[in-house]
Design a protein around this ligand. Structure first.
Ligand SMILES: Cc1cc2nc3c(=O)[nH]c(=O)nc-3n(C[C@H](O)[C@H](O)[C@H](O)COP(=O)(O)O)c2cc1C
Length: 384
């Protein structure tokens, strides 16, 4: 692929798009390198540095966070642009009954793609086509040359470095208000960022999260659909290249090693998850963030919340700050909404987030333990 001064012309992009689509048509997936730190020497950074053109955009999208690492996306490329599609075989069922997390995850992938394209000098314009997940979610149109680079293009450097860090955060080090302001200035217009920094609000969110974790574990249907994504053994993780893994829990050395050798049952993993929610995730968090949108159930706004979260996570990563979604209270809130009985969690989240709907909640702070990269599938590119 031709590159001049590291910048690609629109024609190069178009040729690359057509090439990637042709490869995909034969192979069923794109040709992009993916990593597994145990079986491949190169990690996300090396894969990122080696990718160019359309491959880099698709790799960026694939590197995004997604709930339970479901990677619920597919792509379609043609000379005019890229479609981001929802993959309805990769949802979380009763664990995401309103498909809120699906839309947030797709928003994260979309934002990474936009940032990657902008940083390559060929910006794309994201047209939100539909809020319904069955078809095309978004069309990324290649923008005309000279239409101006995306203001967030410099966040691209963080795409291969960003992780969801589940280890302890530094309890003695709060994120400065000026840093929080810099991060929330990245929010999309229709997304409000609420920071929970005072001890009372933090304790309330922690309490909601812990009781919701218990409710999650006690709900057989939620557990069934959540466990579908558990890859507790290394062979399973390598086979599926997605889902929840032992290494993703970022446990201290000896425990992580033992659990790696003797994979836990999903139930015993969940017992550890409940403990980690209390002691580590909530217990060491100097602050929590919430993304709130005006209208409940607005799927386009959910996508924008995902885009906002991704910008915050990337900008945080560039400043040594980690973010980690804690979704249990929202999942049980959604169960209440679907059952037509919004009560405890709906009220609790509204009390903390104010008017509107809380779409994502996360902790934010300075990590004390490095988080290993999680598995990825190669991008699935479908034919037009
Ligand atoms: C909508 C959404 C919800 C998530 N909820 C949680 C959560 O409740 N707990 C958690 O540990 N991680 C959560 N995550 C993080 C994913 O599990 C993570 O992105 C995925 O495992 C891939 O890992 P990575 O982000 O380090 O690449 C969430 C991510 C998204 C996009």
């Amino acid at each position: 692929m031709k590159e001049e001064d590291g910048t690609m012309t629109r024609r190069d992009f178009v040729k690359a798009a057509a090439g990637a689509a042709a490869v995909a048509a034969v192979a069923g997936t794109g040709s992009i390198m993916i990593w597994d730190r145990t079986t491949q020497p190169e990690g996300p950074v090396e894969a990122w540095n080696a990718a160019t053109g359309i491959d880099r955009i698709l790799l960026a999208a694939t590197m995004a966070p997604s709930s339970h690492n479901t990677q619920p996306w597919r792509f379609r490329a043609d000379p005019e642009g890229i479609d981001v599609l929802a993959d309805m075989d990769r949802t979380m069922g009763k664990a995401d009954p309103r498909l809120r997390e699906l839309h947030v995850s797709l928003g994260c992938a979309l934002e990474n793609a936009v940032i990657a394209a902008a940083s390559a000098g060929t910006p794309v314009v994201a047209d939100q086509v539909s809020g319904t997940p069955s078809g095309r979610l978004t069309r990324l149109r290649f923008a005309a040359q000279g239409s101006g680079a995306d203001a967030n293009a410099d966040l691209a450097d963080a795409i291969p470095l960003r992780r969801t860090n589940r280890g302890p955060f530094d309890e003695a080090r709060t994120v400065a208000p000026s840093e929080l302001t810099a991060l929330d200035s990245l929010a999309s217009e229709n997304v409000r960022v609420v920071w929970l920094t005072d001890p009372v609000a933090r304790a309330r969110f922690a309490d909601l999260s812990m009781t919701a974790t218990e409710a999650h574990i006690a709900d057989a249907e939620i557990q069934r659909d959540s466990h579908r994504w558990y890859r507790m053994s290394r062979p399973d993780a390598e086979k599926y290249r997605d889902g929840i893994t032992v290494s993703g829990a970022n446990l201290p050395g000896a425990i992580g090693l033992i659990m790696g050798l003797f994979p836990p049952s999903p139930d015993s993993f969940d017992a550890g998850w409940a403990k980690a929610t209390r002691d580590t995730h909530c217990g060491t968090a100097p602050a929590f963030g919430m993304l709130v949108v005006e209208n409940a159930g607005d799927k386009s706004a959910w996508v924008e919340a995902g885009r906002t979260y991704e910008r915050i996570q990337l900008a945080g990563a560039m400043r040594g700050i980690s973010t980690h979604p804690i979704s249990q209270a929202l999942a049980i809130r959604d169960r209440e909404v679907v059952a037509g009985s919004p009560e405890v969690y709906s009220a609790g989240l509204t009390e903390l987030g104010g008017a509107g709907e809380v779409v994502l909640a996360f902790r934010i702070g300075y990590p004390t333990r490095e988080q290993p990269p999680s598995m990825r599938r190669a991008p699935v590119v479908v034919q037009a």
